[in-house]
Design a protein around this ligand. Structure first.
Ligand code: TMP
Length: 216
């Protein structure tokens, strides 16, 4: 039987628990003898990680144009898809990616104001048409996510200037609504998880959906 690879993405606003779900899912899939690659965007290769550093910590004194952001994340994505994601899928691995094209649709498009039809062209160009098989959207009340972001601490990861992580509730709510809207554009690809539930329950709900879709 041919090895069936799958491409799964995790999406959502800030502080919704993507990283925790990612590590639980990787362990669970590996326990089923599947080969799994976990990765993230922007980033995932040395060149794409260099773009991520500029993206997340731009030089002080100048703000990004949303168009520039869209081009930067797309440049990183072209590298990531071509050098990491496609080869892994071709090797029969399951790929789980923390953020992908839907983040561009929401952050640069619905939030940033870049026209979605321009973004669709960029997305097609940078991915060569590769789309996820399944996208988990972690959807959560912003009052809860704002609390989680507050507790996380800005210096706890490699990005000192975490721009959207410092966003207020209004921005978080716009992002949340943006993701829900994009999920509505692709109903068969998206599965919405209630990320206000305990992490173990969110994980179980994700596993149930994976079992339902692919009998793993
Ligand atoms: P994170 O990996 O800590 O979630 O940070 C990634 C940040 O980059 C997050 O604020 C969302 C943002 N982003 C975009 O604005 N557009 C994109 O296409 C991607 C992948 C991420």
């Amino acid at each position: 039987m041919a090895i069936q690879s799958r491409f799964i993405t995790l999406e959502g606003g800030e502080g919704v628990g993507k990283s925790t779900l990612m590590s639980s899912l990787v362990k669970w899939l590996e326990s089923k003898d599947l080969k799994v690659l976990s990765t993230r965007e922007p980033g995932g290769t040395p060149i794409a990680d260099a773009v991520r550093r500029v993206f997340k910590s731009p030089p002080v004194g100048e703000e990004f144009m949303p168009e520039t952001e869209a081009l930067l994340v797309s440049a990183a994505r072209a590298q990531h898809v071509g050098k990491v994601i496609k080869p892994a899928l071709q090797a029969g691995k399951w790929v789980i990616c923390d953020r992908f094209t839907d983040s561009t649709r929401v952050y640069q498009g619905l939030y940033g104001g870049v026209a979605l039809n321009n973004l669709e062209w960029l997305i097609q160009f940078s991915t060569g048409g590769l789309a996820p098989d399944l996208t988990f959207l972690l959807d959560c009340d912003v009052a809860l996510t704002a609390g989680r972001i507050g507790g996380r601490g800005v210096a706890s990861n490699d990005d000192d200037a975490v721009r959207f992580d410092q966003a207020g509730d209004v921005v978080l709510e716009k992002l949340r609504q943006g993701f829900r809207k994009v999920a509505g554009f692709y109903p068969s690809r998206f599965f919405i998880l209630d990320a206000s539930l305990p992490q173990e329950k969110v994980f179980q709900d994700a596993c149930t959906e994976l079992e339902r879709r692919w009998q793993i």
